[in-house]
Design a binder for this molecule. Structure first.
Ligand code: ADP
Length: 434
């Protein structure tokens, strides 16, 4: 899952990267009502934020309105995490609105955001400066933007002056955004673009089918590889037992390399098989006593916990509906990582739970090496590892398995962490009675 981003705006849920939406405003307050919380959420979530202002809001007024909710806004302006730019410095090139240059500018800013260690780019632009004659160019720009945002770590909110738009223009704007915010009788409401909704649903179905096929393929290949790898492993052990010291040191070393390679391949295949079995095995749904499962996991990890002198504490955990062996695997992977990625001293780990309105929010917190924010989403992708194997053993599949399990249980998983400051892995699972 691309981790959802908080929109900051009350009537919208959390959003994916690639969200392109618009709002219609009539007054300065309409603008700041939406834009201020939108940017506050972005700044607090380590995003690079760009606000392109235009009439009726000046750069100074935009800063003032932000300062009311974030007194330390200067800090974000000084570090350039927030840039507030007048429209003529961003949209206008040689006196003209040039959609190609503006699109190129956004892509460059997305790249800049990841290079500077931000999670992505959150932007807004106000098009009130455009004349009616520029409308076709604007629509062309919006159509192209709508197509490219899907693949970028960006979210775009376009502001349209309601009083300056005629009915056709309003329809154009609504058609070229995923959804639109508009004020009705003093309250903001959201209008969804049905074309977008349908495309998204179709894409999700294709993705689901693709994931299932990939998992089946992984299952078959990893299953078929078990036998040959077992042969390599056992015959190299036999070679070592019979012939160690008989030839020269090089020969002994080569045998060790083969054994080491075979072991790594076995670990990889085992993990791939676990991953693929998540969808090939029948889905179970029964009451799972998280407390009992946690104790089983801690019991299985007894040797490693004792060896590393780990201190593990936990809250009283609730009962959820799900597959006990998958929940066991989830906790196992998260706790194993929390022990593995320690900073030197004995690992300190706390497993806690909080009751939300519809979900349980679980967390596994460690005081280990931490993870730079630029990797918070990537580590949930297959084979993504941040350290060489010599430093920390692993296959890079553990968190993909966790993500798959949580999603199959109707929840989501993410990490909050800073390099050198420990990590907390959060996952939400639905309550039995929401
Ligand atoms: P593996 O542990 O086999 O390498 P995972 O998929 O479990 O693979 O984790 C992917 C990467 O995420 C790890 O290689 C590590 O860089 C990072 N990571 C996972 N958990 C933690 C943690 N608790 N603390 C620091 N880094 C972590």
């Amino acid at each position: 899952m691309n981790m959802l981003r908080s929109s900051g705006v009350g009537i919208i849920d959390d959003m994916d990267w690639g969200t392109h939406f618009c709002h219609f405003y009539q007054t300065k307050e309409d603008l700041t009502n939406i834009l201020v919380p939108y940017f506050k959420a972005g700044l607090e979530n380590n995003e690079f934020c760009i606000w392109i202002t235009s009439n009726p809001l000046s750069v100074e007024e935009a800063i003032e309105s932000m300062q009311k909710v974030m007194p330390d806004i200067k800090k974000y302006l000084d570090t350039k995490q927030l840039e507030i730019i007048p429209y003529n410095e961003w949209y206008i090139n040689y006196d003209e609105f040039n959609s190609k240059n503006v699109l190129k500018g956004w892509v460059e800013k997305v790249n800049e955001s990841t290079h500077r260690g931000y999670e992505g780019l959150r932007v807004t632009g106000n098009v009130s400066f455009l004349d009616k004659k520029d409308w076709d160019d604007l629509i062309d720009y919006e159509e192209k933007l709508d197509r490219i945002v899907d693949n970028l770590q960006i979210m775009v909110l376009c502001s349209y002056p309601l009083d300056e738009c005629d009915a056709n223009q309003i329809i154009d704007a609504v058609n070229n955004h995923q959804f639109t915010l508009i004020k009705r009788e003093g309250n903001w409401t959201m209008v969804e673009n049905t074309r977008h909704k349908k495309t998204k649903e179709a894409l999700n179905q294709v993705k689901e089918r693709f994931d299932r096929q990939l998992e089946q393929l992984t299952y078959i290949t990893s299953h078929d590889l078990q036998e040959p790898i077992r042969m390599v492993s056992s015959f190299s052990q036999l070679l070592k037992r019979r012939y160690k010291g008989i030839y020269d040191e090089d020969a002994d070393e080569y045998i060790d390399f083969i054994m080491d390679g075979a072991q790594r391949m076995k670990d990889l295949i085992d993990d791939l098989q676990t991953f693929s079995q998540l969808s090939t095995r029948e889905k179970k749904s029964e009451p799972v006593h998280m407390d009992v499962v946690l104790n089983e996991v801690l019991d299985n990890l007894k040797t490693s916990i004792t060896y590393n002198e780990s201190q593990i504490s936990y809250d009283y955990l609730p009962v959820i509906m799900g597959d006990p062996s998958q929940i066991n695997q989830l906790l196992h992977n998260l706790i194993t990582n929390a022990i593995k990625f320690q900073r030197g001293g004995p690992p300190k780990i706390h497993i806690s739970v909080e009751e939300l309105s519809e979900n349980w929010l679980f967390s596994v917190k460690d005081e280990g090496i931490g993870i730079h924010s630029r990797y918070h989403e990537q580590i949930f992708k297959i084979f993504k590892r941040l350290h060489p194997r010599e430093k920390y053993e692993g296959t890079g599949i553990g968190l993909v398995i966790c993500k798959r399990i949580v999603e199959r249980h109707g929840g989501r998983i993410w990490v909050e962490s800073e390099l050198g400051e420990g990590s907390t892995f959060y996952f939400e699972l639905p309550k039995i009675i929401g």
